[in-house]
Design a protein around this ligand. Structure first.
Ligand code: HEC
Length: 152
């Protein structure tokens, strides 16, 4: 019996074809990974933006009932500082704002709003009102005098 397996052109060609297909498939998968990676943060940003928007919509109700009488309907100020000011929004982080809203400013009209400090709001409501205040930032007017209050 002669050895024929190493000279079986048919088999060689078929093996090469499958190997090539494997390499191509591997290359395609490897190429998809960075494409996925570049798309995925965008999808996450989108989800985050949508979540912030729905939180801010909840915050609108909280704002109207609890804050607008002093700070103005659109945060433009009144007997309390203007929180829609570019200068305020750039200087305060979300954490600082929510702590301040929770605890209040002793000796001022700004009382504590957190349940934990005898106020009317849950931490979720405080989070939502902070999201609302933050949502004003893109159109915030230039107001370096944001702390000037009527009668204050
Ligand atoms: C009765 C009036 C009144 C109401 C109602 C009120 N505030 Fe205030 N708020 C003030 C006053 C006055 C100040 C400024 C106090 C100071 O600095 O002496 C203030 C300050 C603040 C500040 C800090 C600004 C800074 O100086 O950094 C934030 C943030 C704030 N209020 C958010 C809120 C939010 C949110 C609500 C509703 C949940 C609210 N306030 C309701 C009167 C009010």
């Amino acid at each position: 019996m002669p050895h024929t397996y190493s000279t079986d052109d048919e088999l060689d060609r078929s093996t090469n074809t499958w190997m090539l297909a494997g390499v191509v498939l591997l290359a395609a998968l490897a190429a998809m990974f960075p494409i996925y990676r570049s798309y995925e943060p965008g999808a996450r940003d989108g989800a985050r933006t949508a979540q912030a928007a729905s939180l801010a919509a909840e915050g609108e109700t909280v704002w109207q009932f609890n804050c607008s009488s002093c700070h103005g309907l659109a945060g433009e100020g009144g007997t309390a500082p203007a929180l829609n000011s570019e200068q305020f929004l750039q200087s305060a982080t979300d954490d600082q704002a929510s702590n301040l809203i929770a605890v209040g400013i002793p000796g001022s009209q700004m009382s504590a709003y957190s349940f934990d400090f005898g106020g009317p709001l849950t931490s979720e409501q405080i989070k939502s009102v902070v999201a609302l205040i933050r949502s004003w930032e893109p159109d915030a007017p230039d107001r370096p005098d944001w702390r000037d209050m009527i009668g204050g």
